[in-house]
Unconditional design. Structure first.
Lengths: 313, 264, 287
């Protein structure tokens, strides 16, 4: 079962960039892949029953780490990106430890505050990290052929790794324990599970991938600044995660792809984008918790009733 | 009744258990000693503090004063997961099942905390972790058969009717093969037929030498199942002994005055 | 700078504290009965300030009357939001949070659309300053201090000594017991939202002449509010007061010695430390 899915995914990731060719749409493809990875990694924490409001800050941590290592110390991005991811995971553990022993609200507040502080600190560090204007001329990973197509394939590879690893986690014993903890933390503890440890682990995994994506993003776009990783970016990542439907692994993938493309069209409208997305976020929670995927289910159900056609499920 | 030459040590011993909350004493100075293999009942009018006692013993609520000894070991203040691993399991009156999971998965989850697998090993699906998974699944099915609910194995927990949920509650608690089981009102809301079936199940569990402590409102059940009983009122123990002894105690009668269910 | 302007710092501290506390109390009340963070709380404050701007500057209504109208409108908004949004997701932790974040995004975007990002200002109605201990304090600030303390004191008395206040505390502590005692939960929720939103609107009324008005002004009171309620202990009004004054004064001091950014970082470090060593907050017992 998993093998077929993997082959299909691999095929898509290999063929799609080649088919696209146009630089602008390759850019969209790259950003889509990155957004999907962010949304899917955020969902790891959602599955343990928590909401992280600081995911963008962990992305920023990875981005800044990898960029600074390359710019100041001359470390290759191939090493810098995993290091950035690792640092994000470590910071996640340090941050999570005080908060995850307690109820979920504390974690939400702490992640929110952390994101803000990350923004403040990066804005402040002028000589070291470029301050409000950020870092420029971030080097491309050495040895990678020039041009968007090559980077698109690189991002495809990262995407594949992310999806495979996170899907594996979700379907494993650990993933089931995470969901159990979300169902009832109390009972999980009473059957012998150290739920704090599992939550910490989920948070670290989630932030590892956020940091990794941050690094990949930085070396692609070659300039980053504090305003790329604000609380509002975190909220957007949450939006990407829930619009498709949080109930399945596929949901954030569908949602992110849909929204990334949509953003390309409504970006020019400025704050109207905020209004539309904000309403979407609230509306999904209020009226369609299963997200777009559930909408698809409703529609096909409706279709079955209206036409009497039996669709294969 | 057997009177062994040397008294075996109690499975659970509570000394001076006290819990203050706000200005109130939810539980005051409770002393109990549960012997191995027995079924011990804890009864009392509503609000007497019975579930609080369970919450204190199982580490869910912090206690203000007192000691808890499990199998001779001082476990006062231990977190719930540690107690579960030592062999103390409990059910919940307001049920705490893993709602998104099937019956079989619920029982499996009950084993995951006791027989543990390294997360990375689970991730890579090592042969060792697969073996443990297989063993645990068989153990879970075995337990479902023992309790007579094997046919429900693929039902999702949140869809189960009350009677089956209560059985599943017990199954999850039993999954880790505990030495002692705390049952919190397992008969609440059950029909007459279901009650009789549940009593049969508890009887079977007792045959496996599992010690049981039972909080219950249904006096008839307590009368039939329990070897000894303690009565709580306003967080204090007001009587202890066999059902006959306890039911003659004037203070107990006063506490239950007006309750129709009390009929000796 | 010759002398350390202690009086100035002290006054700033009180002003900041009052401002933060009023919004934090709103957050705290909602958190107490619904067990969620209302991320839109700061946005409500901002809306109220915007309403003040429209009424006072665009429509020319006297500031005091504008304030009254704005507070009433904001309280009404609370009723509407509780009834049609928050009540629907009662008991659902994650969806409620996400929904309030969505509200934040949507409302700020809408305000941005209507007013643009350029900051506006409301002229103060108490011009002039007076001298105290060598520092000059504006009457504006005095109004904030007096008004703020009156409101905070009023809320404290309300929660502690009125029937409604006690009902709110009862629901916070044990919802089921409260229902058994005949307390109508929906009425309490409505009341809490009215009070909570009203306090934020009052904060806007007091503070707006001193600060700029733009779509983003809700962010700071929200963040500071979160730190304060963790510091003071969730569900504890006294704790929010204590936490609010502590944060207000620390920020005032740090702000004058360093700058506001460092002050914010200080607040965050305090938050982390509290979570590590005393998560229940400074005053763990309820109210």
């Amino acid at each position: 079962m998993k093998r077929n899915e993997f082959l299909i995914l691999l095929a898509v990731l290999v063929i799609l960039p080649y088919l696209i060719q146009d630089p602008y749409w390759l850019h969209v493809y790259i950003i889509t892949c990155l957004n999907i990875c962010l949304a899917v990694s955020l969902r790891v924490v959602w599955n343990v029953g928590l909401l992280s409001c600081g995911h963008a800050a962990f992305m920023g941590l990875g981005a800044y780490t990898s960029s600074l290592l390359a710019l100041k110390v001359g470390i290759s991005p191939w090493l810098g990106m995993p290091l950035g991811a690792l640092l994000s995971a470590v910071v996640a553990l340090g941050l999570g430890y005080p908060a995850l022993r307690l109820t979920g609200i504390y974690f939400v507040i702490l992640s929110f505050a952390f994101n803000e502080v990350f923004f403040l600190i990066t804005t402040r560090l002028r000589e070291f990290a470029g301050g409000p204007s950020g870092l420029v001329s971030i080097p491309r990973p050495d040895g990678l052929p020039p041009g968007k197509l090559a980077y698109a394939y690189f991002v495809s590879a990262v995407f594949l790794i992310t999806v495979v690893v996170l899907l594996r986690f979700e379907r494993s014993r650990v993933g089931r324990i995470w969901l159990a903890i979300r169902d009832t933390d109390l009972r999980s503890r009473c059957v012998g599970l150290q739920t704090t440890h599992y939550k910490l682990f989920a948070f670290a995994v989630s932030c590892f991938f956020a940091g990794l994506i941050g690094g990949v993003y930085a070396h692609y776009i070659t300039f980053i600044s504090p305003s790329d990783f604000t609380i509002w970016q975190s909220v957007y990542i949450q939006l990407y995660m829930i619009v498709g439907g949080v109930g399945s692994f596929l949901g954030p993938i569908v949602g992110s792809a849909f929204l990334t493309v949509l953003t390309e069209f409504i970006r020019a409208a400025g704050p109207l984008q905020s209004v539309v997305y904000g309403i979407m976020m609230a509306a999904v929670m209020l009226f369609l918790p299963g997200g777009l995927i559930a909408l698809g289910g409703h529609l096909s159900g409706l279709l079955k009733k209206k036409t009497g056609v039996v669709k294969n499920s | 009744m057997n009177a062994p030459a040397s008294n075996p040590p109690p499975v659970l011993e509570i000394q001076g258990l006290t819990r203050h909350f706000g200005g109130l004493a939810a539980v005051s100075d409770l002393d109990l000693m549960i012997r191995p293999g027995e079924c011990f009942g804890l009864i009392g009018p509503n609000g007497a503090g019975k579930t609080t006692v369970f919450n204190l013993i199982s580490g869910v609520l912090p206690l203000t004063r007192g000691q808890v000894l499990f199998q001779g070991e001082n476990v006062t203040g231990s977190p719930p997961y540690a107690l579960a691993r030592k062999g103390l399991a409990r059910t919940f009156q307001i049920m705490a099942l893993f709602q998104s999971f099937t019956v079989l998965e619920n029982v499996l989850l009950g084993t995951y905390g006791i027989v543990r697998v390294n997360p990375l090993a689970a991730l890579f699906n090592t042969p060792h972790s697969r073996k443990i998974e297989k063993e645990q699944k068989e153990h879970a099915l075995e337990l479902l058969r023992f309790l007579g609910i094997e046919r429900l194995r693929d039902e999702v927990a949140r869809n189960l009717p009350l009677g089956h949920q209560r059985i599943l509650e017990m199954a999850v608690a039993l999954a880790g093969s505990p030495k002692m089981l705390l049952l919190d009102e397992p008969f609440s809301g059950l029909s007459g037929e279901e009650t009789r079936e549940m009593m049969g199940r508890i009887g079977k569990i007792r045959e496996g030498k599992t010690t049981i402590m039972l909080v219950e409102h249904n006096i008839r059940v307590v009368m039939d199942l329990c070897d000894r009983i303690a009565v709580l009122n306003f967080g204090r123990k007001i009587a202890e002994g066999s059902f006959e002894e306890v039911s003659r105690n004037p203070e107990v009668i006063k506490a239950y005055l007006g309750t129709k269910r009390y009929a000796a | 700078m010759d002398t350390f302007p202690a009086m100035q710092v002290f006054t700033n501290g009180v002003v900041l504290s009052c401002y933060y506390i009023l919004v934090a109390l709103g957050l705290n009340l909602i958190m107490g009965i619904m067990h969620i963070v209302n991320f839109a709380q700061g946005t409500v404050y901002m809306l109220s300030a915007m309403a003040l701007y429209i009424l006072c500057v665009e429509l020319g209504i006297h500031y005091l009357l504008s304030g009254a109208i704005s507070i009433v409108l904001t309280a009404l908004l609370g009723v509407v939001m509780e009834r049609f949004l928050f009540r629907r997701l009662l008991g659902q932790f994650l969806p409620s949070l996400v929904m309030s974040l969505g509200l934040l995004l949507a409302i700020e975007g809408a305000v941005w659309l209507r007013f643009g990002i350029i900051s506006k200002a409301i002229p103060g109605i108490f011009p002039g300053t007076f001298g105290v201990f060598g520092a000059s304090i504006s009457y504006e600030r005095l109004v904030v201090i007096i008004g703020g303390l009156i409101l905070i004191g009023g809320l404290f008395l309300f929660i502690r000594h009125t029937k409604a206040g006690r009902a709110i505390r009862a629901v916070e502590q044990d919802r089921e017991a409260a229902i058994l005692h005949g307390i109508e939960i929906s009425a309490i929720c409505r009341l809490v939202f009215i009070v909570s939103f009203g306090l934020s609107a009052a904060a806007a009324f007091l503070v707006s002449p001193m600060l700029v008005i733009d779509p983003n002004i809700g962010h700071i009171p929200l963040l500071k509010g979160l730190v304060i309620i963790v510091l003071g202990g969730m569900g504890s009004v006294t704790g929010t007061l204590a936490g609010g004054f502590i944060i207000g004064f620390i920020e005032s001091v740090a702000g004058s010695v360093f700058d506001t950014t460092i002050a914010s970082i200080f607040s965050f470090i305090i938050l982390m430390v509290i979570l590590l060593i005393r998560p229940s907050g400074l005053l763990p017992y309820r109210m």
